[in-house]
Design a protein around this ligand. Structure first.
Ligand code: FE2
Length: 294
């Protein structure tokens, strides 16, 4: 190989790395845009749906690329809701007026349109577009059925339904850090969410194979049961930010004064999240003592 050819190869390699970085940077930027929607939930809706959907996709035998597409589509599935009013987004779909419902049901298409200019997002945009389609054709916007629905979209709707059923807030402002509704023990946490948890899973099982992909429902149930069982053996405590350890779990949501979700209840603490939290503590945006499950 002559030098020129070698240089060219090197250049393409570098370009590919840059493009790949650009792809992930774009996802990061878009994820920050959707963080405006997190106030409607306890914990992070997009991160929960992304994490569990990816776990299910993997269990279903999807390849690495498909798992990644499912994860990213899940992370961004609600991006089309950005800009819709609080009055609309704090309601359940069943409570919306006809006009409001029309507007709300545009969000999967708006999401797809937002991603459209970027070729690398073609599949992801399509999954988002389909993320409200149900097996029997009763979903929206195109009333797709069974095999016509993308496998990733069939997973996302299950996890999305579950998280909405258990962790959605209704018509109230996000709790300010350290506010009411505090978790004092894991038993208390499990107890306080038990009814919603059971009702939501019961509905998913009842509608398995009718609205929702049966395997996805089963896998999500297994994942959540295991998570709750493990939680039962742990304890809740308030620790100074410098005493946190990777692997502990946030027991509260932590918002900045300007409404950005810094740490989400239920999320595992990582070295990165500790660093970012410490910066917000230094800035006085988050209290020094953090409620965690250990
Ligand atoms: Fe959602």
């Amino acid at each position: 190989m002559n030098d020129n050819a070698h240089d060219l190869e090197k250049m393409i390699d570098e370009l590919a790395t840059q493009l790949a970085d650009g792809f992930f940077q774009t996802i990061q930027v878009l994820t920050r845009v959707t963080s405006a929607l997190e106030k409607y939930y306890e914990g992070s809706h997009s991160r929960f749906v992304a994490e569990k959907s990816a776990m299910i996709a993997k269990e279903l035998g999807m390849n690495e690329e498909e798992v990644m597409e499912t994860r990213i589509a899940a992370l961004l599935h609600d991006i089309g809701k950005v800009g819709m009013s609080d009055a609309l987004l704090f309601k359940y779909p069943t409570e919306l007026s006809q006009q409001e419902y029309k507007q709300y049901s545009l969000h999967p298409e708006i999401g797809m349109q937002i991603l459209k200019p970027y070729k690398a997002f073609d599949n992801i945009g399509e999954i988002i577009y389909q993320s409200h389609e149900k097996l029997d054709g009763s979903g929206f916007p195109r009333h797709l059925q069974r095999d016509n629905i993308h496998p990733g979209a069939k997973i996302i709707i299950v996890v999305d339904y579950f998280h909405n059923g258990v962790y959605r807030r209704l018509r109230q402002k996000p709790e300010v850090t350290g506010g009411s509704g505090q978790v004092t023990s894991t038993a208390n946490y499990l107890e306080s969410t038990r009814d919603k948890y059971n009702n939501t899973l019961n509905f998913l099982h009842k509608k398995s194979n009718i609205l929702f992909e049966k395997k996805a429902v089963q896998l999500l149930t297994e994942i959540m049961e295991l998570e709750r069982r493990n939680l039962g053996h742990k304890s809740v405590m308030r620790l100074p930010v410098n005493a946190l350890e990777a692997g502990m779990i946030f027991a509260e949501d932590y918002y900045t004064s300007f409404g950005m979700l810094v740490a989400a209840k239920g999320e595992v603490i990582t070295k990165e999240s500790m660093k970012s939290l410490a910066r917000f503590v230094d800035a006085g945006e988050v209290p020094f003592k953090i409620l965690v499950i250990k």
